[in-house]
Design a protein around this ligand. Structure first.
Ligand SMILES: N[C@@H](CCC(=O)N[C@@H](CS)C(=O)NCC(=O)O)C(=O)O
Length: 212
């Protein structure tokens, strides 16, 4: 199987964490692909042009990250072990994916759009979704998260690695102390997750920037 992803993608990191937790690293090759590269082969794999995408056979590709995660867990027969309370897991995943959508949108606004076209109101709305989501998790830490190897914990931990990578200037570590305390302990306890953390990576030079 081939996973198309990029080292900084929060959705890709979540999938990588699940692959590691399921012990399927040997079955899946990771191909780094930046979704803003003008590359028609990728649209044939995922018409949405988004990563992650998982090629599972010569004629089948799965997207998006929740579908891929569930497929990987099912393949490894780990659904029950990683999601004993399935709807709790799926709800936390939805929250984290929503924050990731907002965070990635903020990143795109500032990185891919020239300054004179950027919309600060749009940026602020995404920022609100991100910070309200972080506050929600910080408030509900004791009921919603724990130190076990569970899908919801993997979703939150990998997403916080992305937040650390892209928003280290925002004092989130100070504002959501409980959540970041949980994160530090979690990463110490599950050292294999280091390999799934969001990492900075040079963006290819042929990416399409927004111009109009
Ligand atoms: N709902 C999708 C979101 C994936 C997503 O937004 N990926 C970003 C990279 S982190 C992407 O490929 N963006 C390209 C684009 O928006 O055109 C999932 O969970 O897989």
């Amino acid at each position: 199987m081939i996973l198309y992803s990029f080292p900084s993608s929060p959705f890709g990191c979540k999938v990588k964490a699940v692959i590691l937790a399921c012990g399927l690293t040997k079955n899946i090759t990771i191909e780094e692909f930046h979704p803003w590269q003008p590359d028609s082969f990728f649209r044939e794999l995922n018409p949405l042009g988004k990563i992650p995408a998982l090629k599972i056979s010569s004629d089948e590709v799965l997207f998006d990250s929740p579908v891929i995660c569930e497929y990987v867990m099912e393949k490894a027969k780990k659904i029950q072990a990683l999601m004993p309370d399935k709807f709790k897991s799926l709800k936390i995943q939805a929250l984290v994916d929503g924050m990731a959508d907002a965070a990635v949108s903020m990143r795109y606004e500032h990185f891919f759009r020239p300054k004179h076209l950027q919309c600060e109101d749009w940026y602020d709305r995404q920022y609100l979704a991100l910070t309200c989501g972080l506050q929600y998790l910080d408030d509900r830490l004791d009921t919603d998260l724990n130190q076990e190897l569970l899908f919801e914990n993997l979703c939150v931990a990998t997403f916080l690695s992305y937040v650390d990578l892209r928003f280290s200037d925002k004092s989130f570590r100070k504002n959501y102390k409980k959540l970041y305390g949980w994160y530090e302990e979690y990463m110490q306890k599950h050292l294999f997750l280091e390999a799934a953390k969001a990492k900075d990576h040079p963006v290819p030079t042929n990416i399409t920037r927004l111009q109009k």
